[in-house]
Design a protein around this ligand. Structure first.
Ligand code: MG
Length: 183
């Protein structure tokens, strides 16, 4: 089978990692309970920042957010390695900006995920993911982001949403934890 995965907030806990960085940079201590209530993919609201200031802050911290010690979600690395060992093909499809693609691929590898360079797709817009997913003829695809999932309604690929506070309204099969996940 051919399995495709988004990376940020699907396989790794990027927003929560960024949330800790924001707390540190802004010298505040906003609690994780606030994080868990967020209904937006963006995290700036939790710090009382407007959209513009929030997106500036995100942009200026990208390097640190992406390439420090962001944890994988429990069970994710193990599951993907197990799938690989069972002979399945693993694809990564991330809309991280182009300039971060090759370092991201190295980072994901170093983290312990099974990566074949030719199966790593990066730098597209959210709404362009569907073209790659179709072209690759994936059997399964996993993502967290409503704006992406909304474009994937009419394809034969079986699509799952990785459970997050901002995607509760998305009505497709849901992965709450990778630990013990079976498709
Ligand atoms: Mg994502």
């Amino acid at each position: 089978m051919r399995f495709g995965f988004d990376i940020d907030d699907t396989l790794i806990n990027l927003r929560e990692h960024a949330f800790h960085i924001y707390n540190r940079k802004l010298n505040v201590n906003v609690g994780l309970e606030v994080f868990r209530e967020l209904k937006t993919v963006e995290i700036h609201e939790a710090f009382g920042l407007d959209k513009e200031t929030g997106s500036q802050m995100w942009g200026s911290l990208l390097e640190e957010i992406y390439f420090t010690d962001c944890p994988a979600f429990e069970g994710a690395i193990e599951l993907l390695n197990q799938l690989e060992q069972e002979g399945h093909e693993i694809f990564y499809i991330t809309s991280r900006p182009k300039e971060f693609c090759s370092r991201t691929r190295q980072w994901v590898k170093a983290k312990g995920f099974p990566v074949h360079d030719e199966n790593f797709f990066c730098g597209m817009q959210d709404q362009e993911k569907i073209d790659i997913i179709k072209e690759l003829n994936l059997d399964y695809y996993f993502d967290d982001k409503p704006a992406v999932l909304d474009t994937l309604k009419d394809i034969s690929t079986k699509v799952f949403v990785k459970d997050q506070s901002y995607n509760q309204h998305v009505n497709i099969p849901r992965v709450t934890t990778w630990k013990g996940f079976s498709y």
